[in-house]
Design a protein around this ligand. Sequence first.
Ligand code: NAD
Length: 415
Amino acid sequence: MLDQALTRLDEAARHLNLDADVLEKLKYPRETTKVRLMIRMDDGSRKSFMAWRCRYDDTRGPTKGGIRFHPDSTIEEVETLAFWMTFKCAVMNLPYGGGKGAVQVDPHTLSKAEMERLSRAYVQAFSKIIGPDRDIPAPDVYTNSMIMGWMADEYASIVGEATPAVITGKPIALGGSLGREDATARGGFYLVQRLAKELGLEAGARVVIQGFGNAGQHIARLLASDGYKIVAVSDSKGAIHSPTGLDIEKLLAAKKQGSVTSLAGSDGISTLSADDLISVDCDLLVPAALEDMIHKDNAAGVKASVVLELANGPVTPEADEILASRNIVVLPDILANAGGVTVSYFEWVQNRQGYYWPVEDVHARLKSMMEREGDAIWALAQEKGISLRSAAYVHALSRLAGAIEAHGTQQFFTT
Ligand code: NAD
């Protein structure tokens, strides 16, 4: 998986005249720590869970990246996600390196109290690795603001002082930022709005969304409010389709009760298989679930003319080539979903200032940063005749290379 991700680095390097030191530094994770967490279950038994934290590269600042709770998480997945975070923070010119963490667990099988004990155990195990100037976690798949709140609380009790800037995506009551909840989707939405004309997306364009969690629900709401028509969505339980458009409020309510699939059978809504969702006739396809969902065996079926990657790594390199050969434009993850880490950065800044911004300021700053980096990447892609993904990597790599060189030639690690 990391090998596949590194092919993007090699490809970007071909467009820049780089010192070999730069690639040597970015080809390997700086450090990955593995711990077996042990917690008490509600029935009195003890259970253990594998957990990791990777600090991939800290050349441009403290490492930054979410914590995922998922039964299929592996060390390789964590290191790959941390590699992507390194490039995403550089794409947005945030003063951060890239990191990521995970616990191998199915959170649906735990009670709320067990989840809290597991979240606190994670912070106890990694308290020497994380820190506001060292490594700053945030939410990712199956983690949320409540979990970030427990983690911030545990860290404060370990170090003996309130340290809100150690974790972002916290509840507002504990120093979270207004506008963080929908920031990932909102960043992607601003990008689509900015490039709509170039991408040929018109009012009433049809949208398919894969994954209906934080990223998927918010992009559905934002696009629907801008006149787009959501024609199909999926979650881990299945997919639904309505060629005339799905009602966004009903979708959100159904998801709150369990799954979007409960809407099937009414209002002309039918069910679909996961692969059929990818090939639903639409203009904009939004993968917002997990990695590798669009692959060599289903990419030929994609009907959309634009893919907005809100998930990390949803399109494999082989599928990327198939989409490119069919002139399907991919708005790449390290730009398209960077709204989340950008508002996490705003949260960290506010925590350090002890001064909190109105939501309008958060939105305005996010919009201007998405447009600034989106425009630069669009122009670079046009100038070099390369894909937006390659342009995003070239854009990030030139910033990373500048920082690596500025650190000096005899240095090994920055912290
Ligand atoms: P989430 O836990 O809130 O939601 C995940 C959703 O995916 C759920 O609806 C789940 O049912 C669905 N899902 C799981 N397996 C699926 C499958 N096989 N098919 C269809 N749906 C499936 O997670 P999220 O925070 O929305 O993250 C989604 C993606 O966005 C991930 O790739 C994550 O890394 C990325 N991302 C999230 C953020 C953030 O701030 N939350 C930021 C950047 C990137």
